[in-house]
Design a protein around this ligand. Structure first.
Ligand code: NDP
Length: 455
């Protein structure tokens, strides 16, 4: 065999897996056809957060007046922002490639597809490997409706030549909500069109309601219970017709209706690797596919599509295969954040999930962050703890508000360790912060769950 390990895909999962395996002494190759660092670095988490931060400055400039500053806000220069973002992404690209180089992995800047279970076509070259890891990630899906070809997807949003004046965003998942906030913060008139009654299906109901209020407070027009029916061109403008008959006139339609695993054309049938309904590679808890020597990690498995999960899986797999350290990753209590404006972060169970298993004590706190008592901005923070009534273990922590992702990372450690409400209560707060609210919530807001139903 040419290599001990061949990794298909140079994103977060693949680069980590290849680098760690090479560090353990394995002969490793990694192939990447598009961009090193994958979705997260190039058209995902990293550039998205830079755009979110760009939007925040506009709000802060407005807020400053309440603190005595006179700041005259000029127009935003989109081209300058995108150029700066591109420079940073270029730097990160190079770092990802260099990480593999430094680990003495062989790098292929091309596509790799299976010819048989141990052989790959790598840019026209036949390469064999003892073990193969599929880490090809995912891509935005295009939901078809008449005229949908005139809509852009998230990959395009990062390279728009100009900032649109009016944007209609389709969907209300992570990407839709984040980009609605970005465009609104940079001055666009934004419509958010989604089929559910509230955005972010699957998140805690209180958070979803608070987010809908926050989006409205940001000036975004919400169209719940709607799907796109047709999109037509009208000169430079676009007319988006919704399922309720409303016509929206806009400059850009941004379709954020989900992502799909990138498995098409990989030759998985020749490798004997089974895929599921969505095209995702089916894996067990140890990331084994249906072929004993082939593994899959990250978004291509379509389970919990988050970069830190992908890197953790890549690392664990490399350690298990070549580091004499068999281990797997727990997908319980994985914290996550939606970088909406303001952000929403969460770890553990929602009230609805927890209540389905037994009685829970629910603590909710809603307040105006200190900064906005002077800034005058209509912005609230909401915090919530969901506590198992029998064991008093904190099952879920949720927050919508400034700094929520930074706060939630620390709380996630507490939940992973199995902290109880009493542990939260005996922790001294840091004053004055928003975070201290999580350790000072003493009055139960309500009881939910099975016992409640039995009352
Ligand atoms: P999501 O799966 O989160 O959201 C998809 C949205 O599209 C939902 O609102 C869904 O509605 C809607 N939708 C899907 N199909 C249709 C349809 N046929 N008609 C109308 N509406 C439809 O996808 P995203 O693309 O936003 O993100 C993909 C994943 O990437 C996320 O789930 C997350 O795992 C990851 N991600 C993480 C980020 C982070 O960590 N901050 C940022 C971005 C992405 P409904 O809810 O009603 O089904």
């Amino acid at each position: 065999m040419d290599f001990d390990l061949f990794v298909i895909g140079g994103g977060s999962a693949g680069v980590r897996c290849g680098r760690i395996a090479a560090g353990h002494g394995a002969r490793v190759a990694v192939a990447e056809e598009r961009f090193w660092g994958g979705t997260c670095v190039n058209v995902g988490c990293v550039p998205k957060k830079l755009l979110v931060q760009a939007g925040e400055y506009g709000g802060w400039a407005d807020d400053a007046a309440g603190f005595g500053w006179t700041i005259k806000k000029g127009p935003h220069d989109w081209a300058k922002l995108i150029a700066a973002k591109d420079r940073e992404i270029g730097r990160l690209n190079a770092i990802y490639r260099r990480l593999l180089d430094n680990a003495h992995a062989t790098i292929f800047d091309t596509r790799a597809v299976f010819l048989d279970p141990h052989t790959l076509d790598v840019g026209g070259q036949r390469v064999t490997a003892e073990r193969i890891v599929i880490a090809t990630g995912g891509h935005p899906t295009r939901v078809a409706f008449p005229g949908s070809e005139h809509a852009i997807i998230s990959d395009d949003a990062f390279y728009l030549p100009t900032m649109p004046r009016r944007v209609a965003v389709l969907g209300s998942g992570y990407i839709a909500v984040e980009f609605a906030g970005i465009f609104a913060a940079l001055g666009a008139q934004v419509d958010l069109v989604y089929r559910a009654p509230l955005p972010l299906r699957g998140f805690d109901q209180d958070m979803r309601e608070a987010l809908a209020e926050a989006l409205t407070a940001q000036g975004i027009t919400l169209h719940p219970g709607c799907t796109p029916r047709a999109l037509a061109l009208d000169g430079d403008a676009k007319i988006l017709t919704l399922s309720n008959g409303t016509d929206l006139t806009t400059d850009l339609v941004f379709s954020a209706l989900g992502r799909a695993p990138a498995t098409a054309g990989l030759g998985l049938d020749k490798a004997g690797v089974t895929t599921g309904l969505t095209g995702a590679v089916v894996v067990d808890a140890h990331l084994h596919t249906s072929q004993p020597h082939i593994y899959a990690i990250g978004d291509v498995t379509d389970r919990l599509n988050l970069t830190p999960v992908a890197t953790a899986e890549g690392h664990a797999l490399a350690d298990s295969l070549f580091g004499k350290l068999a281990r797997s990753i727990s997908l319980h209590n994985v914290p996550t954040a939606v970088f909406s404006t303001p952000p929403l972060a969460t770890v553990g169970l929602t009230e609805e999930q927890a209540a389905a298993h037994g009685p829970v004590d629910v603590y909710v706190s809603k307040f105006t962050p200190m900064r906005h008592t002077l800034s005058g901005r209509a912005r609230k923070s909401v915090m919530k703890l969901v506590v198992d009534q029998t064991t008093q273990k904190v099952l879920g922590a949720h927050m919508l508000g400034e700094d929520a992702p930074e706060i939630m990372q620390g709380l996630a450690i507490a939940l992973v360790m199995g902290a109880t409400k009493a542990d939260f209560d005996r922790t001294i707060g840091i004053h004055p912060t928003a975070a201290e609210e999580f350790v000072t919530m003493r009055t139960r807001t309500r009881v939910a769950g099975v016992a409640k139903a039995a009352e």
